[in-house]
Design a protein around this ligand. Structure first.
Ligand SMILES: CC(C)[C@H](C(=O)O)[C@@H](O)C(=O)O
Ligand code: SF4
Length: 421
């Protein structure tokens, strides 16, 4: 029977001819990623299956904002040393794990990647079966090199048309979430002629955000754009085997997204599912904080578009614009390219690369009654600080433009001086 993209990857990793929705499979894991938050409560195993298939990334709480976090660092360092784990991304070499995975081509087409973090589905942008699993299960993968998955039904998104300027992956995702709502325990498969106009950073934003509609895996094909990205990041085509869906595979639904008609989208506070609308329909709100960062939208292109918008402009009075590069590498590149200078000159606060404000842990929490527009991943109540703050979500372009105006605006009004709303 024909298989979807994810069914094919899981069949191969489980050593089976065929895998279909409803099956439970035991898969070989090609890369297992550990993050800093695990280490303060860490149980050290006696042996691990393969240090070469293990990576450790310090990301959520770096440099340590609390004593408890500070205790995790030495444990992680000892663990990496004792077990000979060379892929150890310590403070200074660090970044948000999903960004580090991308920069180091740790996720490859046709392979399986696990990590405790719920946004591990981000690596689906590279045709990888990538999923967040619990810390106990990550420990099991560490010891055995395997894990199990129950295969969900697949929803296919057929992308047609070209992505217009000023509209990005966040807008595609918010359109999907706003139109169709949750995809609980379903796998998302992206394809179609329109995909060629969607660059890798935007694909990763879409794959990352799949967690927000409760999807399991979200995978893209390893097309020319993807293979070029991987080669630039050190993965030769001979080292992986891409998985394409079979013609006639069974889908729970096939949904068409016409990229050419999309406008920037914003999700209202509380959730993204059924709660995101084109920006022209969003109410005017005075903003207290604007945030550009996270594994979804703290990439170099996010900082580039923000700098493009903020060049020669200033952040509105009373608004805090916080920008957090997703990794040290993004930080260095943005510094070299002059983006950080432009952002700081405009009045933004550029922080160290970390998860930070995205999960309301450090580097810019919200107070009661405040209104935030964020380009990060989640907007549920209490996510970024006080449960009495309200969080809107949009693209980095939307956030940067809105920081200048002080309320949510269509970024095309500032990006393109010809454009009028
Ligand atoms: C704290 C952490 C493990 C969590 C996750 O799993 O996603 C975080 O990254 C988040 O985005 O809420
Ligand atoms: S940036 Fe935010 S969503 Fe991404 S891993 Fe960190 S806390 Fe989670």
């Amino acid at each position: 029977m024909p298989m979807t993209m994810i069914e094919k990857i899981l069949a191969r990793s489980a050593g089976l001819e065929e895998v279909h929705a409803g099956d439970t499979v035991v898969a070989e894991v090609d890369m297992n990623v550990l993050i800093d938050l695990q280490f303060p409560r860490w149980v050290t195993p006696l042996r691990i299956a393969d240090p070469e298939r293990t990576a450790i990334v310090l990301d959520h709480a770096v440099p340590a904002p609390t004593i408890r976090d500070a205790e995790g660092g030495p444990r992680a360092r000892r663990f990496a040393r004792d077990f000979g784990i060379s892929r150890f991304f310590d403070v200074g070499r660090h970044g948000i794990c999903h960004q580090v995975i991308a920069e180091n081509a740790l996720a490859r087409p046709g392979q399986v990647l696990t990590c405790t973090d719920s946004h591990t589905c981000a690596a689906g942008a590279y045709n990888t079966a990538a999923r967040g699993i619990g810390p106990a299960e990550v420990l099991a993968v560490l010891c055995t090199g395997r894990t199990w998955f129950t295969v969900g039904p697949t929803i296919r998104y057929e992308l047609v048309g070209e992505l217009p300027s000023g509209v990005g992956g966040k807008d595609v995702f918010l359109h999907i979430a706003g139109t169709w709502g949750d995809a609980t325990n379903h796998n998302l498969e992206f394809g179609g002629d329109g995909l060629a106009s969607v660059p890798m950073n935007e694909r990763r934003t879409i794959a990352t955000q799949a967690a927000e509609i409760s999807a399991d895996f979200a995978t893209f094909p390893a097309d020319e754009v993807c293979r070029r990205f991987l080669a630039e990041h050190g993965a030769d085509p001979g080292e992986y085997e891409p998985a394409d869906p079979d013609p006639g595979a069974t889908y729970a639904a096939v949904r068409t997204v016409d990229l050419s008609t999309l406008e920037p989208h914003v999700a209202r506070p509380g959730s993204v599912s059924g709660n995101a609308v084109p920006i022209s329909q969003i109410e005017t709100r005075r903003l207290d904080q604007c945030f550009i960062g996270s594994c979804a939208n703290g990439q170099l292109d996010d900082l580039r578009v923000a700098a493009e918008i903020l060049e020669g402009r200033t952040v509105a009075e009373g608004v805090r614009l916080i920008v957090t590069p997703a990794s040290q590498q993004v930080y260095r590149d943005a510094l070299r390219l002059g983006y950080l200078g432009t952002l700081v000159d405009a009045g933004a606060v550029v922080t160290n690369s970390t998860c930070g404000a995205c999960f309301g842990y450090h580097m810019g929490l919200l107070g009661a009654g405040e209104v935030c527009l964020t380009a990060s991943t989640r907007n549920f109540r209490g996510r970024m600080g006080s449960p009495d703050a309200e969080i809107y979500m949009g693209s980095s372009a939307t956030v940067a433009a809105s920081a200048v105006v002080g309320r949510p605006v269509d970024p095309r009004t500032l990006l393109d001086r010809e454009y009028s709303a």
